[in-house]
Design a protein around this ligand. Structure first.
Ligand SMILES: NC(=O)c1ccc[n+]([C@@H]2O[C@H](COP(=O)([O-])OP(=O)(O)OC[C@H]3O[C@@H](n4cnc5c(N)ncnc54)[C@H](O)[C@@H]3O)[C@@H](O)[C@H]2O)c1
Length: 249
């Protein structure tokens, strides 16, 4: 029986990629509030350090495109904090280039960060968790991977659709070892780029959301905390939709 006096992730260690800003930073804060010690890994070390200073986390420089660097960074986190219980594959690049204009270098880079980086993250954390007989992996997908979208590029959409397939394969592989792997598919979340849009455009977008408002980064963080908590122990291979009802399936 869990001790209800303690926060749900007390004593746990979480590793979040792309934690220097946006949803990754909110997820790191949410996991920390839930009691976890958090490793914030980002290609931009200074931004990860700023969030880490706020929550007493550990900031590490990481380019998720590089498997060797990813392994060393993960090992450094394990050496400093003893283990990693929760892995959040969040780092991504989100260009909105028209499909007619995407250069092959841009295609490759988006897939390398968003999908291959998450593959490395699942595999590196998966090996560690498989050995320990427990662990939680949460992958950041997107509604763009479930439905046609012209707000983001087709390379981004393809990477996010791939993320859902990756999630199911790792979930199946790791289930016998006590490790769950789930994905989140957010959309219509408030962000600096959304806030920068003209009010008329924001209103038009909001009108298409059944719940009548944009989502908050804190709400995405709360879903990650849930997936990492004992309450979600029976859920694996799932995709949680956080989109205000814009896409129902
Ligand atoms: N914001 C949204 O509304 C939304 C909606 C759906 C899905 N998502 C997903 O949520 C995640 C976070 O989105 P966001 O809007 O906060 O993104 P963001 O662009 O604000 O932040 C991405 C972070 O990843 C880091 N990063 C980029 N390349 C990296 C690399 N090679 N190695 C390590 N770190 C790297 C960046 O430095 C940055 O800190 C992404 O996976 C995105 O696809 C976001």
């Amino acid at each position: 029986m869990a001790n209800l006096a303690l926060p749900p992730l007390s004593g746990r260690v979480a590793f979040v990629t792309g934690a220097g800003q946006g949803l990754g930073a909110a997820i790191a804060r949410g996991l920390s509030e839930a009691g976890a010690r958090v490793v914030l890994a980002d290609i931009e070390l200074a931004s990860a350090e700023a969030v880490a200073a706020e929550i007493g986390g550990l900031a590490l420089q990481l380019d998720v495109r590089d498997e060797t660097a990813f392994s060393s960074c993960f090992d450094a986190a394990v050496a400093r904090l003893g283990a990693v219980d929760i892995m959040v594959n969040n780092a991504a690049r989100t260009p909105s280039t028209s499909l007619w204009d995407i250069a092959s270098e841009e295609w490759d880079d988006v897939l390398a960060i968003n999908l291959r980086g998450a593959f490395f993250g699942c595999r590196i954390a998966g090996r560690h968790m498989r050995e320990r007989g427990e662990g939680r992996i949460v992958n950041l997908g997107s509604m763009a991977g479930q439905q046609a979208s012209n707000a983001t590029g087709v390379h981004y959409a393809a990477s996010k659709a791939g993320m859902l397939a990756l999630t199911r394969s790792f979930a199946q592989e790791l289930a016998p070892h006590g490790v769950t792997v789930n994905a989140l598919a957010p959309a219509a979340i408030r962000s600096p780029s959304l806030d920068a849009m003209a009010p008329a455009r924001q209103h038009a977008l909001q009108a298409g959301i059944p719940l009548g408002r944009f989502g908050l980064a804190e709400e995405v963080a709360a879903a990650v905390v849930y997936l990492a908590s004992p309450a979600a122990a029976f859920m694996t291979g799932a995709t949680l939709d956080l989109n205000g009802g814009r896409f129902m399936r």
